[in-house]
Ligand binder design. Structure first.
Ligand code: GLC
Length: 520
């Protein structure tokens, strides 16, 4: 594995810090809480943690509205807590990836306070000001333009009006933001996940977006237009390359981009000569239908579109998407785990996936997420996938000694870390075994992927290494299936009842059963 960078064979674990572990009883998770749970993460076997934003923030969008790029919000702890956590993470042999939010700041950021104070303030041009709005919309509903009474102009916000967009065409903005990156890189942070990378540059002529012929009532109002002038602009690639160059000033760091685009466009973010993002997040599994045919297609299309030399990555969940166990059901969530952990490249999982955590319905009066508050009832709210991690069966699930900021799942007593640890057949043990297998058999991480097929509701593919060949078969249908295979011995089954057995010619798979086989 020595010829590979650490991140190429890593399993990245996303922590939504508000919901992982509270250490001071205020009902909100914090940095010290993460520190207390490092042993759990080591035992799970993951390689890196990506922590959603921990910077000072008014929390209009729970940290994705940053008021100081070089600080720690007191709700999460202090800079000393951060230093201790980073050191301990490294001591435990793990890496730390921070979230970087470059598209917009908080409206309370000193830069914006200055920018809005007068038309001739030196920071005026750090944001996007216009006399008249165009038709660009906010991702959280309604117009993306807000009139500011002090100066009578409008500023653009891709998200909340409390999240004004920065003007990345201004060299001073670039310099200040790149210095913020260096601030954390010097502290020893191992990389960044860059928020909404594909939105950072907008059309300099501010042309109106055309209507979206595919828009249907009930979709978010933002999908009424095709966002051709305020997203994925050609100039973005130069900017990403510059950001990458900053990260590359420090050895062994990684730049990951959050990008929701079709595969062909996504691939352009690897950049010219692969000098863009190391990993443009691949969200295909979050968006595709859950069937052997659909997933086989997604895997083949992604593979086929990867530029020469570009490193693949796969994602099963994040803090903006319905949880996988809710999307596919409990039985298939074991298949999903085996799928993710046998695909090539860098993998990202979301906290609680290893427990089979599901979306938790949040009653209207408890809603926290601005996406739900602004456009209620469309199913856009993200609170359900952000509920506290259940650690044990005690009141508040061991997450807090106070009252949790978001309610716990009703089923936290049977579904928590302590209970699933005792149950040797649990999904938690499946995750541990899969991650362990991936480490013991590097072919799973870095080997070739071939022979991707769907038949009788079963997805199958091979992983080919220098010295081994591994077959993965996953029954993604609701029915049992019999399929032909080459002889091989079972390395791992989702049901834990076939390990070490040799299979010849055919195999019967239960619904939701998956096998990893060592081919003779
Ligand atoms: C990204 C984040 C999301 C946030 C938005 C605005 O999509 O993942 O949580 O609300 O950007 O920063």
């Amino acid at each position: 594995m020595q010829e590979f960078a650490w991140w190429q064979h890593s399993v990245v674990y996303e922590i939504y810090p508000r919901s992982f572990q509270d250490s001071n009883g205020d009902g909100v998770g914090d940095l010290h809480g993460i520190l207390e749970r490092l042993d759990y993460l080591v035992q799970l076997g993951i390689d890196a943690v990506w922590i959603s934003p921990i910077y000072p923030s008014p929390m209009a969008d729970f940290g994705y509205d940053v008021a100081d790029y070089c600080g720690i919000d007191p709700i999460f702890g202090s800079m000393a807590d951060f230093g201790r956590l980073l050191a301990e993470i490294h001591q435990h042999g793990l890496k730390m990836i921070l979230d970087f939010v470059p598209n917009h700041t908080s409206d309370r950021h000193p830069w914006f306070l200055q920018s809005r104070s007068s038309r001739d303030n030196p920071k005026r041009d750090w944001y996007l000001w216009r006399d008249q709005p165009n038709n660009w919309l906010s991702h959280f509903g309604g117009s993306g333009w807000e009139k500011d009474d002090t100066t009578g102009q409008y500023y653009y916000h891709s998200f909340l009006k409390q999240q004004p967009d920065l003007n990345w065409r201004n060299p001073a903005v670039k310099a200040a933001m790149f210095d913020a990156l260096r601030f954390w890189l010097k502290k020893g942070v191992d990389g960044f996940r860059v928020d909404v990378m594909w939105l950072m540059i907008k059309d300099h002529q501010y042309r109106d977006n055309p209507p979206n012929p595919g828009y249907r009532l009930g979709q978010s109002s933002n999908s009424r237009h095709l966002p051709i002038y305020n997203s994925d602009r050609p100039e973005i690639h130069e900017l990403v390359a510059e950001m990458r160059a900053v990260v590359d000033e420090f050895p062994q760091r990684v730049l990951i981009g959050e990008i929701y685009l079709p595969v062909q466009q996504l691939m352009t973010y690897y950049g010219k000569d692969l000098k863009g993002a190391n990993l443009p997040f691949n969200f295909q599994l979050l968006q595709c239908a859950w069937s052997a045919e659909a997933v086989a297609q997604v895997i083949s299309d992604y593979q086929g579109a990867l530029p020469e030399g570009a490193w693949p990555n796969w994602v099963l969940g994040n803090h903006d998407q319905p949880r996988i166990a809710t999307r596919v059901g409990a039985r298939q969530s074991r298949v999903a785990a085996m799928l993710l952990l046998t695909l090539p490249g860098t993998l990202t999982m979301y906290y609680g996936e290893e427990l089979g955590m599901t979306n938790v319905p949040i009653p209207p009066e408890e809603v926290q997420d601005p996406a739900e508050k602004n456009e209620p009832g469309l199913g856009l709210g993200r609170d359900p996938e952000r509920t506290p991690m259940p650690w044990n069966s005690s009141p508040a699930a061991g997450f807090t000694t106070g009252s949790p900021w978001l309610r716990l799942a009703d089923d936290y007593k049977p579904v928590n870390v302590a209970v699933l640890e005792q149950d040797k057949s649990s999904i938690l043990h499946l995750y541990r075994k899969l991650i362990d297998l991936r480490r013991r058999r590097p072919t799973l991480a870095v080997g070739k992927l071939s022979s991707i097929k769907a038949e009788n509701g079963v997805l199958r593919y091979r992983r080919i290494g220098h010295h081994d060949r591994i077959l993965v078969v996953l029954n993604m249908s609701a029915d049992p299936a019999t399929i032909a295979i080459e002889s091989g011995s079972v390395l791992l089954s989702t049901c834990f009842d076939r390990e070490g057995k040799t299979l010849h010619e055919t195999v019967d798979l239960k619904s939701g059963e998956g096998l990893v086989l060592d081919l003779d």
